[in-house]
Design a protein. Structure first.
Length: 171
């Protein structure tokens, strides 16, 4: 009976573990060059690959806000950015400038009321807690300066804060 309990606990734990994958270099280039988010570690907390058609990524910012980047095709910088239910095509200069302005408004938005510690203290980025369950594909930060390193940073569910921050050398 004890062996069965250990086996069940082990299986449940393995089901709850989230895998992380390197971020596509095109996505990093779009965030750094087109959206002017340099250095990424200053703005981006996590990235989650969204299971959608066309392929898209949800970008989680340090202030608890998020936005989407949608890949549209093989053309260079053929991405759309969805910020606050508005879409901006990065191939159009006017839309690109509007996207940067909307992203700036998102970055300076006030923190949500339940963001951080429950006793009102400012959070240092470590949200503690155990591993959270959930499905979906997650994406860790990879392909930074070392060009081949994988990272074990896992993404949070959309309703939960991140357990870890990306390492500074990976972005």
């Amino acid at each position: 009976m004890e062996k069965l309990r250990k086996y069940i606990r082990k299986e449940i734990q393995s089901l709850h573990e989230q895998k992380s994958y390197p971020v596509p270099l095109e996505l990093i280039d779009v965030m750094k060059d087109e959206l002017e988010m340099r250095p990424l570690k200053r703005y981006v907390n996590n990235i989650k690959a969204v299971n959608s058609i066309p392929p898209s990524y949800k970008i989680f910012l340090h202030n608890g806000q998020d936005f989407d980047i949608i890949y549209l095709g093989d053309q260079l910088n053929n991405f759309k950015v969805r910020i606050s239910d508005k879409e901006y095509d990065l191939l159009l200069m006017d839309d690109k400038n509007l996207a940067i302005d909307a992203l700036n408004r998102l970055l300076i938005a006030p923190l949500p009321p339940n963001f951080g510690d429950s006793d009102g203290k400012e959070s240092d980025g470590d949200f503690g807690g155990g591993s959270s369950g959930g499905g979906g594909s997650t994406t860790g930060f990879g392909g930074g300066d070392d060009e081949g390193g994988a990272d074990d940073t896992a993404e949070p569910d959309e309703d939960e804060p991140a357990d870890t921050e990306p390492e500074s050398d990976m972005i």
